[in-house]
Design a protein. Structure first.
Ligand code: PLP
Length: 391
């Protein structure tokens, strides 16, 4: 058994990131500036996006996406219940109404077959989440949005780098005529991290609107139209937020971007080791990767088969913790949290697939910072707990 506790998703930070942060501090431009701008350009290139805006979180990115699209009171936004709560919080922040939809049993992504029934004349946007890094089924979701004239805001917090058919997540959906924005997260546990941070990609005009929302609603461009004096003068055109990404964080992001390909190779190698070892065990279901996608493999989701085990998910996690293996659960469905239960009267069984799968899921340690020994320790612990608790 391991003597040291294994965290489920430690970051992989190299000397390059550290030195770039130090250089940034020494040079003296520490808030949003040239490094944030370079990070935006390089990120947009990587995912094939026409424009990108660096912000301080994916939550901020989604919030200003809604704001830039003018979504607010009286509007409805269709999204999945199987997500981190902030996907839905931002809809509340805008005083719009979240309309939740259940998920597909294999990927746990928004079920396109249930989206149509959730749409009303008040619906303004669909927010699919690429859960665990596995892209949601974009073609049918975009087909519905196209038919109904809806915007699509993708929560790609887990999906860097991921591919759906011929495009990277972050690139525009071909043939779609309505607004399409994509939000990425650089939170501490995500595939690429800046500690806290996020990126919004989309069409240049919309991204520029979002940029104004991201920084106090200040517009220098508006003023430049009227005068040549642009150095100190700004105008406020709307009550914006404070969501910009400082250069200290962009400094980390620039080197995480360079490291991304190698980090993903390591993630895939760990996934392959898990698949091989855990595939033998009839007590658990492993995650899927559909043929038309490339998952970012943000999370390795294990699902217990309760009929084959004497212990439930909670006890399983506790057994792993006793063996110094850290795990997590992604996610408690949004509709099961007190705020949402009380506000909309949702009951756990209202979204039966999400509820059932939540009850039997846990996320195994997965990070490019993990060594082969770490992975072997996880496999040994999981196998041991299963052997000791077969029904
Ligand atoms: C992490 C996460 C977010 C929020 O990202 P932040 O950058 O922390 O705001 C949103 N959605 C999902 C699915 C996430 O996992």
């Amino acid at each position: 058994m391991r003597s040291q506790f294994l965290h489920f998703a430690p970051p992989l930070i190299g000397d390059e990131e550290i030195e770039e942060v130090v250089r940034t501090l020494r040079e003296g431009w520490i808030t949003t500036g040239p490094r944030a701008q370079r990070f935006e350009t390089e990120f947009a290139q990587l995912v094939g996006a026409p424009a990108a805006l660096a912000v301080n979180s994916a939550t901020s990115a989604m919030h200003i996406a809604l704001a830039a699209l003018g979504i607010g009171e009286g509007d409805e936004v269709v999204t999945t219940t199987m997500t981190f709560t902030s996907t839905v919080h931002v809809i509340e922040h805008q005083r719009a109404r979240p309309v939740l939809v259940d998920v597909e049993a294999d990927t746990l992504n928004l079920d396109p077959n249930k989206v149509e029934a959730a749409i009303s004349p008040k619906t303004k946007a669909i927010v699919p989440v690429h859960l665990y890094g596995h892209p949601a089924d974009m073609d049918p979701i975009y087909a519905i949005a196209q038919r109904r004239g809806l915007a699509v805001i993708e929560d790609a917090a887990h999906a860097l780098p991921a591919r759906y058919r011929d495009r990277m997540i972050g690139a525009p959906q071909p043939g779609f005529d309505f607004p399409n924005l994509v939000a990425f997260s650089f939170y501490a546990t995500k595939n690429l991290t800046t500690g806290e941070g996020g990126m919004l990609t989309g069409p240049p005009e919309l991204v520029e609107d979002a940029r104004v929302w991201s920084l106090h609603g200040m517009s220098r461009d508006a003023f430049k139209r009227y005068t040549s004096d642009g150095s100190w003068r700004y105008d406020v055109v709307l009550p914006g937020f404070k969501y910009n990404m400082p250069d200290i964080q962009a400094a980390i992001g620039l080197h995480q971007l360079k490291r991304l390909e190698a980090m993903q190779r390591r993630r895939r190698a760990i996934v392959a080791q898990y698949d091989e070892a855990l595939g033998e065990l009839a007590e658990v279901d492993r995650p899927v990767e559909r043929p038309e996608v490339e998952s970012a493999w943000h999370i390795y989701l294990l699902r217990l088969r309760p009929e084959r085990l004497k212990i439930d998910r909670g006890a399983f996690i506790e057994e792993l913790r006793k063996r110094n293996i850290g795990t997590s659960v992604h996610f408690i469905p949004v509709h099961e949290h007190t705020y949402y239960r009380e506000r909309y009267g949702w009951r756990p069984e209202d979204f039966p697939v999400a509820h059932r799968e939540f009850e039997r899921m846990l996320s195994l340690p997965l990070s490019p910072a993990h060594t082969d020994q770490d992975v072997a320790d996880v496999i040994e612990a999981v196998t041991e707990v299963i052997r000791a608790n077969r029904a």
